[in-house]
Design a protein around this ligand. Structure first.
Ligand code: FE
Length: 344
């Protein structure tokens, strides 16, 4: 207001025309509202490229997974959110069970995202593996070839792992139930607990460091934490990584458990068309590289490459081919099995 009063009359007319035209322009301006639980620097380029190519303005709200889910629930039908992006199949499954997503039709997504990495409502855009990290002095590589091996009595007092309530372990539990059944998975969890070197604490990186320091002989970690430690320029991280070996679990059986980063269109999305357009964009080769590399993960689209030397140096492996949505369905049962086993 005060600025306008300073304008010369001719400029005032121009300003008035501009002001009158403004509502029309904003009605036409395409926007997309994203609730994101991903916080990686390379994601900035990912988002700005979308706006550059489509003209759709992105409004992003960053938050913790659980808080964003709670917020979407509370906002209900008046939620401005179009898309929820988060990590871990368990969390995507929880959001789905709460009825937060809607089904979308997209030939592009169907063609580009492998069938086992999508559900009716949410899609995976990158994968990470749950790997075994062992101390090269304390444990023989042959001893720790599978998740099941970690429950073997020979590893008594050797296992470090984060909480049994954490989604990463629950998703793994879901995979174990899908392959081995509930009874066997509970017995496995009991064996694992009996082998603990210490009560579960910290995140995956803490487990890698504890293995390197010899506090435990073996641990579970998501692959991107391993790659992150490998890329670290800190001398202590480099020393730690020299002390540990990495195993792709279950190569002789059902394959290494993989988890995902994913997204879905929300039920009350005000900008549904733009939301689908964004998911299709995430499935493009260029966006796949950004999306995966942001957290040292693998692209899901065949032919998409994330140039990541550390990740590539880990080599290739056989991954579990069960549909990710099926694995996620067993995570509630996994939590109950872990509770009964005393895996806090
Ligand atoms: Fe993580």
């Amino acid at each position: 207001m005060s600025r306008r009063s300073l304008l010369a009359p001719a400029t005032l007319v121009t300003a008035l025309i501009a002001a009158l035209a403004a509502p029309m322009a904003s009605a036409q301006e395409k926007v997309l509202n994203i609730y994101s639980a991903r916080h990686y620097q390379t994601d900035e380029a990912l988002y700005s490229n979308f706006t550059k190519t489509t003209g759709i303005k992105l409004n992003r709200i960053d938050g913790k997974e659980d808080e964003l889910v709670e917020r979407i629930r509370n906002e209900g039908a008046s939620s401005p959110a179009d898309i929820l992006i988060t990590v871990d199949a368990t969390r995507l499954q929880i959001a789905d069970q709460l009825g937060l997503f809607q089904t979308v039709q997209s030939k592009t997504l169907e063609e580009r995202i492998p069938a086992h990495l999508r559900t009716a409502t949410w899609y995976s855009f990158s994968t990470r593996a749950r790997v075994i990290v062992y101390n090269k002095v304390a444990v023989k590589r042959e001893q720790v070839q599978s998740y099941e091996d970690l429950a073997h009595p020979a590893l008594k007092g050797q296992v470090c792992v984060r909480s049994g309530s954490h989604p990463y372990n629950l998703s793994l539990g879901g995979a174990l139930i899908a392959h081995d059944g509930e009874a066997k998975t509970e017995a496995w969890a009991k064996g694992l607990v009996a082998n603990f070197a210490r009560a579960p604490k910290g995140g995956d990186t803490d487990q890698i460091k504890a293995v390197a320091a010899g506090e435990c002989g073996v641990a579970l970690s998501n692959s991107y934490y391993v790659a992150r430690m490998m890329r670290s320029t800190k001398p202590e991280d480099q020393t730690a990584m020299r002390a540990v070996g990495i195993v792709w679990p279950n190569q002789a059986s059902w394959g290494t458990h993989i988890n995902v980063s994913g997204a879905g269109v929300l039920k009350h999305a005000p900008n549904k068309a733009a939301a689908i357009q964004f998911l299709e964009y995430l499935a493009s080769n260029e966006a796949q590289a950004y999306f995966a590399n942001g957290n040292n993960e693998w692209p899901v689209v065949k032919g998409a490459v994330a140039a990541n030397r550390e990740l590539e140096s880990l080599g290739s492996f056989k991954s579990d081919s069960l549909p990710i949505g099926d694995i996620a369905k067993y995570t509630v049962a996994a939590q109950k099995a872990f509770d009964r086993a005393g895996w806090k």
